[in-house]
Design a binder for this molecule. Structure first.
Ligand code: ZN
Ligand code: ZN
Length: 346
């Protein structure tokens, strides 16, 4: 049995039917578009898939393999018995109905595998570090070029090229390049706006390497900033550094968030920081745990999280500074290496 299935089974009182394909992949290494994994509290595991994946399923160590029809839930439902938990946050209603026609008593759950997946082992940390490094190098190359006079879209496309050139398998998500007033939109898409002199440009980008994602944000100056924009940069950077310096295992997601939020609020920009401080990253760009005012998570050793406060002034501009870090007993190990002091681009 894999160590990951074992770690999951230790958290179970009842069998769990895993249908989130990323979770199935995480637990078994089985990469399929049609699979489910039943994990027993005692550690046994049954992998369901269809004919197309029969060969590769048989190579998965430590699991029983059962073939099903391509529309698998009705088949699986007929083979289960007793109380069986399912991933209520990912199983579509129609699929649940098919499963429910069967012989098991279904118990909704959420976040069980996610809690195991959130804790990264050394091999996973190495992959995350590699992704972060490739992303750093791509951005370094981009900062050597001229930005002023190019559109946000052109810069985003160029960054994508550079990510691939530096070894990315793909981008974590379409890069955000937000200049001038567009920087006030935390998740603004690149537009045809031409990057001006004398403003801030926020770039949020990441790459996937060996199945793991990176996520990072830096905000740049194009020289001669208005005092207000310089001020929000300094406030955001101070809050970000304070959070990086103080986050550690045992802290709640709410406490971690407050490290940055309290600083930004004290400077008078609390209202302008309208999102959470961070999120887990791994085989998905957004996963457990959450660092926010609404988080119910507690940070554990081995969690990989972003630390990304932002300040957004509608009509004027915005700043966000985001690092990727591994939570340790007494602090964090930052994976992103790109400088955070305000870098001026031409
Ligand atoms: Zn990001
Ligand atoms: Zn992020």
């Amino acid at each position: 049995m894999s160590a990951r299935i074992e770690a999951l089974s230790r958290r179970l009182d009842l069998p769990l039917l895993v249908t989130n394909l990323t979770n199935v992949y995480y637990l078994t290494g089985f990469d399929s578009s049609n699979a489910a994994l039943l994990v027993d509290p005692k550690g046994g595991a049954t992998l369901y898939t269809d004919f197309r994946y029969a060969e590769s399923a048989r190579e998965v160590p430590g699991v029983e393999v059962e073939m099903t029809k391509r529309a698998m839930m009705r088949d699986v439902g007929a083979r289960l018995s007793g109380k069986v938990q399912f991933e209520a946050d990912v199983l579509p209603y129609l699929e649940w109905q098919r499963l429910a026609e069967g012989t098991a008593e279904l118990v909704p759950t959420s976040g069980i595998v996610d809690g195991v997946r959130a804790v990264k082992d050394a091999e996973e940390v190495a992959k995350l570090r590699k992704a972060a490094r490739i992303a750093d190098r791509a951005l370094e190359a981009l900062t050597a070029e001229t930005w002023v006079g190019r559109t946000e879209k052109q810069i985003a496309w160029r960054l994508q090229e550079l990510c691939h050139a530096h070894g990315a398998d793909e981008q974590s998500f379409p890069s955000i390049v937000a200049s001038g007033p567009n920087g006030a939109l935390p998740h603004g898409h690149p537009t045809d706006r031409i990057v001006d002199r004398g403003t801030l440009v926020t770039i949020d980008w990441g790459v996937r390497v060996d199945g793991y994602y990176s996520d990072c944000t830096r905000t740049f100056s194009t020289g001669g900033l208005p005092a207000r924009l310089r001020e929000i940069y300094d406030v955001c950077l101070d809050a970000q550094k304070h959070a990086v310096a103080n986050i550690k295992a045992g802290m709640t997601g709410v406490e971690a968030d407050a490290l940055a939020r309290d600083r930004i609020s004290a400077a008078g920009y609390g209202e302008a920081f309208g999102h959470g401080l961070g999120h887990g990253v791994g085989m998905a760009v957004h996963e457990a745990p959450r660092l926010s005012t609404e988080s119910t998570d507690t940070l554990e050793v081995g969690h990989c999280v972003t630390i990304e406060p932002g300040i957004y002034l509608p009509g004027k501009g915005g700043v966000r500074i985001e690092d990727l870090a591994i939570v340790r007993e007494d602090g964090v190990d930052v994976l992103t290496g790109f400088p955070k002091d305000l870098v001026e681009v031409g």
